[in-house]
Design a protein around this ligand. Structure first.
Ligand SMILES: [Ca+2]
Ligand SMILES: [Ca+2]
Ligand SMILES: [Ca+2]
Length: 409
């Protein structure tokens, strides 16, 4: 997310969050949802489950300073699942251990992957192994480098999500590597791995390139699947209907955006940055007008949803940094929200959802779902499609059907 950009707005935004809560009655809400506290952590950024019987009942929570915590039976284990905090640079709020992903064959091969910013600022993907004798711990010494992406120019815009697709490949979202305006045009440069959605096939050591990646056999880095992203801090891939990718791409001046596209449609897609912020040509925004792509941007894929940093009508949604979420599949939740995409904003913390179409990609009926948290960092799906909301100041929540005594925003 764009903390440096957001920081200037931070205090003011925090001060008016309570006013927005008062406006909640003016927005349509999905009835009958509530947030259940799962546990509290130190600066958590993502909550995930692992496949297979050995990880049944376990939740894994990435703490930004470099520890992966494991929750078993509602209790957070004292000893971390993995501690790589000595290798993680987390000085800036956008840095740190940002994501973890378990191999679909984790039960058999014990492999999982971490995404962090290293001491030299590089975006770093490493593979680790579970302790074969203890599913509550990983073997720190098992770490193997997978992919290192130099990111020397900035502490922010690191992107930050790792996720396996139903294709068995590992997908990675990277930021453009600069605080503003992307001066080197990394996002539009298909030879750069910054400002991209990457797809690789992890193997025992390192990775292979999926042969149908769009730039295999032509100019453009073979790891790149889609480009033109600014700071895609959170994305997810819904496996239904052949796979749908939803990316929350954090904006700069005025617009936060959500990109929604089929896996097939995303192949080689250009999401527009930094020719466009949201739907708006960046040339119209002022401060970047002398720092635009020199080549034309053919057929960019525009977002299906945007929201502004400042709304002209204060009852309308606005925010500072989009937090991309997931498609709601939990069968316990009310029918009204199932199949909708749920997302939020880091500063406002109001959870919203929209109905989406995939052909063509559309977002309709966007509204507040009636739940609010303080400073969400991720909205993820775990086992049995349970949805978890991870928040900056420590609490991880699960979205549940409403019952007496729950917490509503
Ligand atoms: Ca630029
Ligand atoms: Ca190539
Ligand atoms: Ca875009």
């Amino acid at each position: 997310m764009t903390r440096r950009d957001a920081t200037t707005r931070w205090i003011a935004v925090a001060a008016i969050v309570s006013c927005w809560t008062l406006a909640a009655g003016t927005t349509q809400a999905d009835a009958a949802l509530e947030l259940t506290r799962v546990a509290k952590f130190d600066d958590p950024v993502e909550t995930v489950a692992a496949p297979g019987p050995s990880a049944r009942g376990l939740l894994f929570v990435a703490e930004r300073d470099g520890r992966v915590r494991v929750v078993q039976g509602g209790e957070t284990r004292r000893r971390p699942f993995l501690d790589i905090s000595d290798r993680v640079r987390s000085a800036d709020l956008e840095q740190g251990l940002l994501s973890i992903a378990f191999d679909p064959r984790y039960e058999q091969n014990g492999r999982f992957y971490v995404y962090f910013t290293a001491s030299d600022r590089s975006i770093t993907i490493e593979r680790y192994l579970r302790d074969p004798d203890d599913p509550l711990h990983a073997e720190r010494r098992s770490g193997e480098p997978v992919l290192t992406i130099p990111h020397p120019a900035s502490d922010n815009h690191n992107g930050g999500t790792l996720a396996f697709g139903s294709d068995g490949d590992l997908w990675i979202s990277t930021g453009d590597g600069h605080p503003a305006c992307d001066p080197p045009e990394n996002a539009q440069d298909t030879e750069s791995l910054l400002g991209k959605l990457l797809r690789i096939d992890p193997v025992a050591r390192g990775y292979a390139i999926p042969p149908d990646n769009p730039f295999v056999g032509s100019s453009g880095a073979d790891e790149v699947y889609a480009y033109g992203l600014r700071n895609p801090y959170r994305f997810s891939i819904d496996p239904r209907h052949g796979g749908t990718i939803a990316i929350g791409d954090v904006g700069q001046f005025r617009w936060e955006e959500i990109d929604l596209i089929s896996v097939a449609g995303a192949r080689g897609a250009n999401f527009g940055w930094d020719a466009y912020e949201g739907d708006v040509p960046l040339a119209l925004e002022g401060p970047c007008s002398t720092d635009l792509p020199t080549a034309p941007t053919p057929d960019p894929v525009f977002p299906v949803a945007t929201f502004p940093h400042t709304a002209s009508d204060p009852r309308d949604f606005s925010g500072c940094a989009v937090i991309g979420g997931v498609v709601v599949r939990d069968p316990r939740l009310p029918r009204a929200i199932r199949g909708r995409y749920i997302y939020s904003d880091h500063c406002r913390g109001r959870l919203r959802s929209f109905e989406f179409g995939t052909d063509p990609p559309t977002a309709t009926g966007d509204h507040y779902v009636g739940l609010r948290v303080d400073y969400p960092t991720a909205i993820t799906a775990g086992r049995r499609d349970r949805i978890f909301v991870t928040t900056r100041f420590g609490t991880v929540f699960r979205i549940d059907p409403a019952k007496a005594g729950g917490r509503r925003g």
